[in-house]
Design a protein around this ligand. Structure first.
Ligand SMILES: NC(=O)c1ccc[n+]([C@@H]2O[C@H](COP(=O)([O-])OP(=O)(O)OC[C@H]3O[C@@H](n4cnc5c(N)ncnc54)[C@H](OP(=O)(O)O)[C@@H]3O)[C@@H](O)[C@H]2O)c1
Length: 290
């Protein structure tokens, strides 16, 4: 990919990988527009990086994608690269009851439906540019799931698959399709979705190093960029899939311990209530429960 003279849109460019990518791409001589949902974060980014353009837009909202497309078609008709970077990650215990069904699938709307809709909306104009690119940011977890984040990993595996199909379908166009599959990288997303003990044995990459390697990959036209441990995850999934899934499954034990503790607690509370209600002692009430 030609690394300068482009007009580039980076979704989710107000922190972490997106912000670092945006800054570096701007330094290389590109016009860079970043999006995010939070107006305060966007204003801060704008203040600290006057060279970047900002636009508030939520990739999970169809109307906001349409508004973004309309605004950029008017203000930046030369837009020729989109980086689908916006994403969120949640730890989800599938045993938990009462989870809102809408919340449960939020990651799908942001991490998967977002990029698919963005590509569909922007593709007609990208095809008109002499050189264009779509960069989808997936994850090393697209190749092997981390079972404590089941929905997140499903979205990244699906985004990887979609990117492969998109690349084949666009083979006769001027639009190159790249995928960046970051490994664990030191950002807000990682600290929000993992406990320190879950990261034992994981080598967490600095954001600037991850972005440097990604930019080198883009420059060399490496269509699937897998920095650091992402490459190892993909390799291990081919040669020893059960072993590598076992390694990534270790944090589930902690999660299940927490779950069974909460079940025990609720049983104890039930027992106390039951004992109080029947005016008998706790241990007298217990056998009725078991
Ligand atoms: N960090 C890692 O270990 C790691 C590993 C593999 C892959 N990745 C991927 O890398 C990408 C960037 O993640 P990060 O680690 O840099 O996380 P981050 O620091 O939390 O940044 C996420 C960015 O996405 C924006 N965002 C979230 N939901 C959005 C939405 N619905 N619409 C528009 N923007 C939205 C956030 O801003 P607002 O919240 O203000 O909207 C923020 O700018 C994600 O796709 C993530 O899955 C990260």
């Amino acid at each position: 990919m030609n690394m300068k003279g482009n007009t580039i849109l980076v979704t989710g460019g107000t922190s972490g990988i997106g912000l670092e990518l945006a800054r570096e791409l701007e330094k290389l001589g590109n016009v860079v527009i970043v999006t995010g949902r939070n107006a305060e974060k966007l204003a801060k980014v704008q203040k600290e990086n006057p060279g970047l353009k900002t636009f508030r837009s939520d990739v999970s909202e169809v109307k906001e994608i349409e508004a973004l497309h309309a605004a950029l078609s008017r203000d930046f008709p030369e837009l020729n690269v989109i980086v689908n970077n916006a994403g969120t990650m949640r730890t989800i215990n599938l045993h938990k009851e009462g989870e809102s069904l809408e919340e449960l699938t939020r990651e799908i709307e942001i991490n998967l439906m977002g990029p698919i809709r963005m590509v569909t909306k922007f593709l007609p104009s990208l095809k008109k540019r002499p050189h264009a690119a779509i960069v989808n940011v997936s994850s090393g977890l697209a190749f092997v799931p981390l079972p404590t984040a089941p929905i997140y990993c499903s979205t990244k595996a699906a985004l990887h698959s979609y990117t492969l199909s998109l690349r084949v379908q666009l083979k006769n166009t001027n639009v190159k399709v790249f995928e960046i599959a970051p490994p664990a990288t030191e950002t807000e997303l990682l600290s929000g979705a993992s406990e320190p003990e879950d990261l034992k044995g994981v080598s967490v990459m600095k954001t600037d190093q991850m972005v440097r390697e990604s930019l080198r990959g883009l420059e060399r036209d490496r269509l699937e960029i897998r920095p650091g441990q992402s490459n190892q995850l993909r390799f291990m999934n081919r040669v020893a899939p059960d072993f590598i899934l076992g390694q990534l499954s270790k944090p589930v034990d902690r999660m299940l311990r927490t779950h069974s503790l909460s079940v025990d607690t609720s049983i104890s509370v039930d027992l106390i209530m039951c004992a109080r209600a029947s005016r008998v002692g706790f241990w007298q009430a217990a056998p009725h429960r078991w």
